[in-house]
Design a protein around this ligand. Structure first.
Ligand code: PEP
Ligand code: MG
Length: 554
């Protein structure tokens, strides 16, 4: 038995086989061929296989995410039939007697350059699709399997690291757990694992080794331990722990339907954070009061081109109509930093977390922002929609956003498209600047939502993505707790609500503080709702408030 440890990011115990997931892009080996006819036939076979794969993907996507979202696979099929693309590849093979991989790679580079230089934005965006389609053919030529994971049974994914876009594209039924060598527990990949409720461990040194591929293992997502080829004693011990954890979950079930009221009568709302409409069943089954954060950018990450207004409208409409009586807060796109979509063609930045991300992209490229806002307002008639804006740091940003919102509403009105007049608008408090001027920002919006993941990194100048940052990323730092209290006071002085949607909201060692600071709503991953409810109903705020607040403020 081999025992390796790392940092736990999502609890749970699972038994299964290790699957080493390699993230390396296909490396093209340039070689000469003796027969161009044979090589052209190899290319044609690979092209046909790619076409069929895309057809299957389309069918699956139609069922899972609807026709509009699935259309991208049909566009890729059309690219595979483009006569110029095919001719270029065949010419390189025939004229230079080069292998098909090299011909596809060269053609891809030429087409990408050509598309990137085009005036029309839509055509420029197609460059990412050309790359995607070409990668698929090259992979098939190399005899590699289709998706990142080629397995019939669910497996434990082991990788050096995972990006949020890779994580969202996995077939969730095939994943038992994630184990990575890199990562940090506030990264979006860890947040996704928690949202999907998949046991996950990060920072496990030397686990990416081909010799572990296919071996039996047990993942203890509570302690952050991986047991490879576990012995009998360990297997028995972990089976018992697994049973205990299942019993715990069963006991929490009894709290469904119980209001979130403390012993002394203080009420707080418990909502869910999600990033995919497929997470809605978990929100409902964990008895959430609503959705406190829908990370809309995952709709962008799951696509290889800008999602259209129609595509987004369908997703938001579906989300709202699943829970029509509950408030659903959708955050406008927060692309940038660790969440990159190639088709945004963002220039490389030295400091992406402090660069053009989230609302900054939306204000620089209002056409993208307006498409999303139109989709959101059109969907607003199907439920209780609230919209919030990420990464605000200045008053002028909110003023500009509200102007754009007004423009969108005026356009919809003139087109006779219905929308709700009661959509609430909120400001995320994720930068120290926003927290400090929250008295001013509160005059413009209906609510605040404190994003403690970013607020921590910017307050403490500690990169949330850095696996080595350790104790310097101190989520209980007094500066952070004081900012939270300040924001709550400013919100209430202006008669607006304040919630917390960062990962800190689920930390039950801080629930007493959040209640003492009169936070109105905590929004957490769905499976953290019932443990929080248990904590709340067993708390008497009046007994702890004074000492907790004086501790933090002095
Ligand atoms: C946050 O920063 O706390 C937050 C909720 O947003 P995200 O984690 O998506 O950056
Ligand atoms: Mg954030």
């Amino acid at each position: 038995m081999i025992t390796l440890s790392g940092k736990p990011v999502c609890g749970g115990i699972v038994f299964g086989k290790i699957y080493i997931y390699s993230r390396k892009e296909s490396i093209i080996v340039r070689s000469h061929v003796s027969s161009s006819d044979t090589e052209i036939q190899r290319f044609e076979n690979a092209r046909l296989q790619a076409y069929n794969e895309l057809g299957e993907l389309y069918e699956r996507a139609v069922e899972e995410v609807g026709k509009a979202n699935a259309m991208i696979f049909q566009i890729h099929q059309m690219m595979l039939e483009d006569p110029d693309y095919i001719e270029s590849i065949k010419n390189i093979i025939t004229d230079e007697l080069l292998n098909a991989e090299t011909a596809v790679g060269q053609t891809c580079d030429n087409f990408v350059q050509m598309f990137k230089a085009m005036e029309d934005e839509y055509m420029r965006e197609r460059s990412a699709d050309i790359r995607d389609v070409s990668e698929r053919i090259i992979r098939i030529l190399g005899g590699k399997s289709r998706s990142g994971i080629d397995t019939d049974e669910p497996v434990i994914i082991v990788s050096d690291d995972l990006s949020p876009s890779e994580t969202v594209q996995f077939d969730k039924d095939k994943i038992l757990a994630f184990v990575t060598e890199g990562g940090s527990d506030n990264s979006h990949t860890s947040i996704l694992a928690r949202t999907m409720n998949i046991p996950a461990i990060i920072n496990v040194k030397n686990i990416v080794s081909d010799e572990y591929n296919g071996l039996n293992a047990v993942i203890d997502g509570f302690s952050g331990t991986v047991y490879i080829n576990p012995d009998k004693k360990t297997t028995l011990k972990l089976r018992q722990l697994q049973k205990n954890s299942e019993e715990n979950i069963k006991n929490l079930e009894q709290l469904k339907g119980v209001p979130n009221i403390t012993k002394d009568g203080q009420k707080i709302e418990l909502c869910a954070n999600i990033g995919n409409i497929l997470d809605i069943p978990a929100v409902i089954s964990n008895d959430a009061d609503g959705i406190g954060l829908f990370r809309s950018e995952f709709i962008y990450l799951e696509n290889t081109a800008y999602p259209t207004e129609e595509q987004q409208f369908e997703a938001y409409k579906y989300l709202l109509s699943q829970m029509p009586d509950k408030r659903i807060i959708i955050r406008t796109l927060d692309i940038g930093a660790d969440k990159q979509a190639a088709y945004f063609n963002m220039p490389k930045e030295e400091n992406p977390a402090m660069g053009i991300r989230a609302i900054r992209i939306c204000l620089r490229r209002p056409e993208i922002f307006k498409t999303q806002l139109r989709a959101l307002f059109r969907a607003s008639v199907f439920g209780r929609l609230a919209i919030m804006f990420p990464m605000i740091s200045s008053e002028w940003e909110i003023i500009k956003i509200l102007n754009i919102v007004d423009e969108v509403k005026t356009e919809l009105k003139s087109e006779n498209i219905p929308y709700s007049e009661t959509v609430e608008l909120g400001c995320m408090i994720e930068t120290p600047a926003a927290a400090i001027i929250s008295d001013i920002l509160a005059r413009y919006v209906d609510f605040f939502s404190i994003g403690t993941n970013d607020l921590t990194q910017y307050t403490l100048a500690a990169d949330r993505q850095n696996p080595d940052i350790g104790e310097f990323f101190d989520i209980h730092h007094k500066s952070l707790l004081r900012l939270i209290k300040l924001v709550a006071d400013n919100a209430h002085a202006n008669g607006i609500r304040v919630g917390i949607c960062g990962e800190l909201a689920a930390d039950t060692s801080l629930t007493d503080f959040f209640l003492s600071a009169d936070i109105d709503e905590l929004s957490v991953t769905p499976n953290a709702i019932l443990p929080l409810r248990q904590k709340i109903i067993n708390t008497d705020v009046s007994k702890v408030k004074e000492s907790i607040l004086s501790d933090i403020l002095n």
